[in-house]
Structures are given as C-alpha cells and as structure tokens.
Design a protein around this ligand. Structure first.
Ligand code: WT7
Length: 640
C-alpha cells in the first residue's frame, strides 16, 4: 500500500502563530497587518456588519508602494522579473526599473483622465507591461480589472460594460503555441459601440500592423514621454483595489470586488507561510495574471516580499514538452507553483523528460486551482521534487483573495497527505457542514464553509450587493458558502471533493454551465442546451453538451463546427465542449430543473442504477425512462 503521509519541511516550527490565531483571529490579523507599510494606522481592525466586512478601517495604504517602493528603498537593483517570451526572447527588470516604469504608466493614465476609483480594463498577454499596468492603477487608486487574454470579444464586451471602464490597456498581439493572437482586433470588436470608453492604450508587443482609431493611443508614445515620478495615492484600507470577473451558477460572470488593506495583509502573510521566499530564491508561478492566482501570487505577494520571479509568456509545453523543465534548469528555479492540469499533462510525457534536466535547484512545489489526484501528487513529489521538496496544495478562490487551506512549510513542519489540501490557514475558520449547516463528524462528506470573515474576503460583487448576499450568504445565513464539497478527517485535514454547484473546472478554469448554455442558445440553430462536466484525464473535467435544435436545423459536421466557433467567440476557447449530443428534449425534473447528474451519468456511460437513487425518489421512474431515451438519442446523434 502507498504511504499515506510524508513529512518534509523547511525546518520552520512556529507553533505560536496558530495559537494566537485560535485565541483571537481579529487581533491575530492585526498583528499581521503591522508587517505592511501604512501611511496612517487603522482605528478599527474589523467592522463586521454581516455579510459585509471592512478590515483595518481608518487605515491608509497604497498597494503599489508596498509592492515596489519598500524594496527599492532597500535594494533597487534586485531583479523583480526575469521575463521570457515563447520564442526565447528575454528581459530582466529590477525593482527600480519596475518602479520607474510603473510611475510612467501611472502618469499616462492620469493624463488620460483616470482618477481615484475609476476602472481600467487590462487585456494583455503575460508581459511585464501587464504587471506594470496593474501597479500603475494601484499607484493612483484606480481599480484594475484584468481580463485573461484568452477570452473572446463578447466576454470583454460584457465585462467592460459592467465595470464601465473608460480606459482599456491592450496589445497588438500576444504569442501562444507559435501563433499570434490579435488582441487589439478583439478589443475593437468588443467595444465598437461602447461610447463611454474614452481611450485604448495599445502596447506594441507582437509588432503586427494594427488599425488605429480615434480613441487609440500607442503605449510607447505616451509612457516613454511621461515622468517617472508619481507619488502613491494613499487610499483608505477599504478602497477597491480590483474587480476580477469569475463564473458562477448564473448566466453572466460576476465582478468580484477586492479591497486594499485586508487583501494585501492576507496575501502578504500567506505568501510567506506558503513559500518562505528568501533573497536567494527564484520563484515561478505559472498562472497568468488574468486569474486571481496571478493577482495574488504573481503580482502582490512576491513583490511585497521583494522576490525575484520568472515570468513567462506562452505555453508550458511549447515548442517541446520539456520547456518548463528547461526553464527550471536555466533560471535555477527554487519554488514552482503550478496546476494539476499542467502536471497531468507533463506526467503523460513520462519521467525521461524531466529526468534529463537538472531540477536540483527546486526546494518547494505548489499546486492550485483544482483537486490534485494522489497519483499526480506522488509523481510531483517523487519525480520532480525527488522527495526533498514540500508540496503545498493550496485551496482558495477568486473570492477569498488568498489561500485558505494548505500545508504551510514557511510556518511549520507537518505531515503532508497526498490528495489533501491539509489544514486551514491560521486566522481562517473553516468547517464542513451538512445541508442544515450542522458540523459533520470527521470522515463525512459535506459542504465546505467559512465561519468568520477573513482579511482577503471580497468586499462585494461589483454593483450588486444583493447578488453578493444570495450567492455566498444565503445557503447558510451566517457562514460563507464557497460551493465545494469536502471531508475533514480525524487530524483536521481537509479533502476537497470538487464543486457542489453548477460550476465546472476545466483545466483549472472556472466555467458556469449556464454561461455556456446561453452561449449555445444565442446561436440561431439551437432551441435549448444543457451542459455538464465529466472527468477528463488531463483537464480534470471536460465539457459535454446536449442540444435541442430548432425546427428545420439539421445536425451535421458543418453545424457542429459552426457551434464550436460560436462558443469560442461568445464564451471562450476553454468552454468548447468535447462532445455534442443532439436530443429531442432535455431531461428535466417536474419543477423544470435540468437533471444534470443524469446527463453526466449517460455521458460517462454509467448504468441506470447509479443514478436512480440520486434524485427525488418519486421521480425515479421518470428518470429511468429519460435515461433510456437519452441513451438512445445520443447514440443516434454521434457524428461519424
Ligand atoms: C475553485 C475556485 C485558487 C485560485 C485559482 C482558482 C477549486 C481551487 C483547489 C484545490 C481543490 C480547488 C474549488 C474552488 N479549487 N483550488 N487546491 N483543491 N479544488 O480560483 O477560479 O476562483 O476557482 O477552484 O472548486 O471553489 P477560482
């Protein structure tokens, strides 16, 4: 039998931190807050007006100052970013370089009329200018809202319309798997009739021709000419730092709104407890800044600690699958933070790939975004980390701002169990409860909840306090509901068991089933659509779709290809289903809810016995016949 726990630490053994946190979590976070630079100290650590939390009220702080100036004052020559492009080009930026660049960009934004509290949309590839743009916003108190550069024009349109950004920062193009994605063109399409957008700042990165319109300005023209001095705007601790859109169970993505002081405290402390990055470290987080992992653990966390990090634009397996291991060797990366999807993909190529590179610099490994299978965990531990490196499997969400559950080698040496995210972070109060909110005994599957506010907690949903209340605080009125299933074992270790709601995790990306379904029905040939996720060897989950076509629409390869293009455009390439089934009607409960678990079971080729107990007992017969019918129909709709 495989060993069920491993103890590999960094030699840190601080038991006091957990003790303090258990005694009084508010006081505890207050002590953590003292580690940052505030221009004015707070008067109240926490104002808790459920479900709205305001941390460090009365305090004033600037996120960019904490991220850059603090290190520049000590050692401006310290490299901040070792950037590498997919085609092998590289750039190094020190903390001083970064600060100068950020100030120029901040002054540029000011010259475009951006003021404190204004929103700026950023749609850039993984280039240093992406980090510069976020920090430039933070420097002047503007609210950044980053859209991952893999998103479609329709997604940009929805997000820009919601945030009412008057400035958009983009690039001519970005590189991915040897191809150039024409970002500026996608933005043009997205905002053609959004008149409130005053300026589009265009970075020339891919050096491809772009059409420049009335609102468009070249990044280099403005930024190079701007002054490199820009005083940081000291904002209230609760001032919004950013909006980041994420998928939920309803159609449109939600704008998760994060504050400044509390968020920075959470990220600063967890970055230390997770990775304990020192001057000698080279840190590499493979997440794109377009996701929350990039905001917290590429931008703010590492910079607040004066870390040196590798930043990479492109695919990890391009031009060859050993790219990432070559990078570990080339930069002597010590801390690697990546996703289970990337690991499953790399694991498929076999051990010779990684064995042929020198990985001896690695000292700590991290995983984020989806459950990591025990066998993948063990591969990471043995083959990549050579059983020397602790593994941090970090559970958190866009909404939580920072890590909530993880092993914390920067704090303590504790056994790691492959497949478990370990224990709650100090100062976080996590529980596993039943349908009624009652604590479950160890070993019982239930819903994960968070029982007290925490500093990185979202302020609200942008422009929609009501939705914020219903999405997160209505299942259990006094507890935050993240939407995940979990088990807590005898040792207090949490085992994450995937989403409990209609949210999918495809290659670690969060997708709402409703979002994809409305993408489908916005196509002229589709009357009704239902999608579900089924397990996938590499991506964790893959999207399966069931479609009811409109009268007169014929199912053929052409229509399928058209629908693929349509979903790419309306939702994004990650949302494109792996399978399409055409049916005459969707199986629904009497109350009209799509029986998604039934769809899942049929797509997974399960037996009827596996689903008949899942739903309301009275509906078993109905389910049984719907199942049979569905089986017959999907067989008929396969395209050969
Ligand atoms: C959802 C949040 C964490 C930041 C990036 C993703 C799933 C996340 C883990 C993990 C099992 C995980 C959950 C969560 N998830 N990390 N270590 N183990 N599941 O943030 O896109 O907001 O997604 O990702 O289902 O609710 P996100």
């Amino acid at each position: 039998m495989a060993k069920d726990s491993f103890t590999v630490g960094l030699g840190n053994n601080d038991s006091l931190t957990r003790k303090l946190a258990e005694e009084d979590y508010v006081k505890f976070w207050e002590k953590e807050a003292e580690k940052l630079q505030w221009s004015e100290k707070w008067s109240k650590s926490l104002e808790w007006d459920p479900p709205f939390a305001r941390w460090f009220v009365g305090g004033r702080i600037n996120a960019c100052y904490n991220a850059l100036d603090v290190t520049v004052r000590k050692n401006g020559k310290k490299p901040a970013i070792l950037w590498e492009g997919e085609n092998g080009t590289s750039r190094t930026l020190t903390y001083r370089d970064l600060l100068d660049y950020v100030c120029r960009a901040a002054n540029t934004l000011k010259s475009l009329g951006v003021r404190k509290g204004d929103r700026v949309t950023i749609y850039l590839p993984m280039v240093p200018e992406l980090m510069v743009s976020l920090l430039a916003c933070a420097r002047i108190g503007a609210v950044h809202t980053v859209i991952f550069s893999g998103f479609s024009s329709q997604s940009i349109r929805d997000r820009v319309s919601d945030s009412k950004s008057k400035v958009i920062i983009t690039a001519d193009g970005g590189f991915r798997r040897g191809e150039i994605i024409k970002l500026k063109r996608i933005v043009d399409e997205a905002i053609s009739d959004l008149d409130f957008v005053e300026s589009v700042l265009v970075l020339e990165h891919a050096k491809i021709p772009v059409e420049m319109g009335r609102r468009d300005k070249r990044w280099a023209d403005l930024v190079n000419a701007a002054s490199n001095i820009c005083e940081p705007e000291e904002v209230e601790s609760t001032h919004p730092l950013y909006i980041l859109y994420t998928s939920g169970t309803t159609g449109k993505p939600k704008g998760v709104l994060h504050g400044t002081g509390g968020y920075l405290v959470h990220v600063n402390s967890t970055f230390k407890w997770l990775f304990d990055v020192k001057d000698s470290d080279i840190y590499f987080c493979t997440a794109d800044i377009g996701w929350v992992t990039g905001h917290s653990y590429v931008v703010y966390g590492p910079l607040m600690h004066g870390a040196t990090q590798v930043m990479y634009e492109g695919a990890l397996v391009y031009p060859t699958p050993s790219r990432i291991w070559e990078m570990v060797e080339r930069y002597k990366i010590t801390v690697l933070y990546t996703t289970p999807t990337a690991l499953r993909m790399l694991m498929k190529y076999g051990d010779t790939l990684s064995d042929s590179k020198d990985l001896s610099s690695l000292r700590l490994l991290g995983s984020v975004g989806e459950p990591i299978n025990p066998e993948v965990w063990l591969w990471y531990f043995r083959v990549i980390g050579k059983e020397r490196c602790p593994i941090v499997d970090t559970w958190w969400q866009t909404e939580t701002g920072g890590t909530m559950i993880s092993a914390l080698p920067g704090l303590e040496t504790a056994p790691m169990k492959p497949g478990s995210a370990s224990r709650q972070v100090p100062g976080i109060n996590v529980g596993v409860v039943d349908e009624n909110g009652k604590d479950l005994p160890p070993g019982k599957k239930g819903y994960l909840v968070i029982k007290a506010p925490w500093p990185g907690m979202l302020l609200s949903l942008w422009g929609d306090d009501e939705k914020y209340k219903t999405v997160y605080w209505s299942k259990y009125p006094k507890m935050y509901y993240p939407g995940d299933f979990a088990i807590r074992d005898e040792d207090g270790y949490i085992w994450m068991l995937g989403r409990a709601d209609d949210v999918l995790k495809v290659a670690g990306h969060r997708l709402g089933t409703a979002e994809i379904e409305s993408g489908f029905v916005s196509h002229g040939a589709v009357a009704e659509a239902a999608v579900c996720g089924i397990p996938h060897e590499v991506k964790g989950e893959s999207v399966i779709s069931f479609l009811v076509l409109k009268e007169g629409a014929a199912w053929d390869i052409r229509l399928r290809d058209e629908l693929v293009q349509h979903i790419r455009k309306t939702v994004g390439p990650i949302a494109v289903p792996d399978q399409f089934y055409v049916v005459s009607k969707l199986p629904k409960t009497r109350s009209g809810k799509i029986m998604r678990r039934l769809l899942k079971a049929v797509a997974k080729n399960e037996k009827i016995g596996d689903v008949s107990t899942l739903e309301d007992e009275a509906a078993v017969e109905e389910i049984r016949s719907a199942f049979k019918e569905l089986e017959r129909e999907i067989e008929g709709s396969k395209l050969r």
